[in-house]
Design a protein around this ligand. Sequence first.
Ligand SMILES: Nc1ncnc2c1ncn2[C@@H]1O[C@H](COP(=O)(O)OP(=O)(O)OP(=O)(O)O)[C@@H](O)[C@H]1O
Ligand SMILES: [Mg+2]
Length: 361
Amino acid sequence: MITEAQVLDALRTVQDPDLHQDIVRLGFVKDVQIKDGSVKFQVQLTTPACPVKDILKAQCEEAVIALAGVEKVEVEMTAQVRSRATEQEDLVPEVKQIIAIASGKGGVGKSTVSANLAVALAQSGARVGLLDADVYGPSIPLMLGCQDEHPFTRGKKIVPIERHGIRIMSIGFLLEEGQAVMWRGPMVAGTVKQLLADVDWGDLDYLLVDLPPGTGDAPMSLAQLVPLTGVVIVSTPQTVAGNIAGKAAKLFTRMNTPLMGVIENMASFIAPDTGKEYRLFSGMPGSQLAAELKVPFLGSIPLDPEVGLAGDRGLPSVLSAPDSAQAKAFMAISKDLAAQASVLALARRESESQTPTFSPA
Ligand SMILES: Nc1ncnc2c1ncn2[C@@H]1O[C@H](COP(=O)(O)OP(=O)(O)OP(=O)(O)O)[C@@H](O)[C@H]1O
Ligand SMILES: [Mg+2]
């Protein structure tokens, strides 16, 4: 007779490679059912975009089938994104993870990266929102082909626009075309707050926030308004871009916003005729910037005119050219980013559970 304890013991040999703990201790194993020689259970991962989902499934099957008397193993892989777990009052309690996309310099590809990562995460089965917080130059509506949309309100909340499986809100929807606004600090803070609290985001696994460049009012307000999962730095390997990216990253750290990693963009060009890769700049590579900041290097996206054209057509590369090198890079990065969000959620949970309670002497 096989027991649940035996099954769990066998599964303790399976480690989550990102979280560095076994899947039983992590609480991933659910609903173990044993009937004669057949064992069935669920493995609930921390993200549907888990980069090692298939490997973990195979390891679970192997571990359990090795038990004496087990003839059949059925593993159902599910996912529940962990929450930013915050005790303070939260403007968007139904949003589990909030990931900001920032840069030092402008024009390095934040919006392109945000749009592609949002769609990539949604494609893996996650519920995803994309907030365009670039009050100075909102570009998400155009990149996702919804620049002519006008969101309506339901009750007191603005309903985000749905495109390509994600919920989108941008200050661009709320301004008249061509309308110029003289943004001052408190106005920016107020607008960012509105884009969070007054929008009917609903239940989301990931809300990506596309920021304007640098560390001005919008990024700083965002970091103060809600507990962020963390911030991702996009950079190009030009000396100036790398230097400013480093400074921006340090400022986020000072605001207690975790750095989730560095994404390098437009570093190389792959010649379509020969497949040969050319590095285009001689500045600090993204991997080196990541190493200096002691954060993960999430990956590099090649320069491809198709990326820009795709953005202009309102269809991100992951949809318009899913087999391209850049689409594959976006897909891989989205999975690593999701894994990184799980790592941070776990670290926070552990540090909270280790917080000593105050006991007067
Ligand atoms: N990998 C790439 N290959 C080719 N073109 C790209 C790539 N990434 C971005 N671009 C193009 O570079 C330009 C700038 O990109 P994007 O608007 O995403 O940058 P940004 O950092 O959001 O800029 P801003 O600081 O103004 O918000 C756009 O025209 C975009 O289409
Ligand atoms: Mg932008």
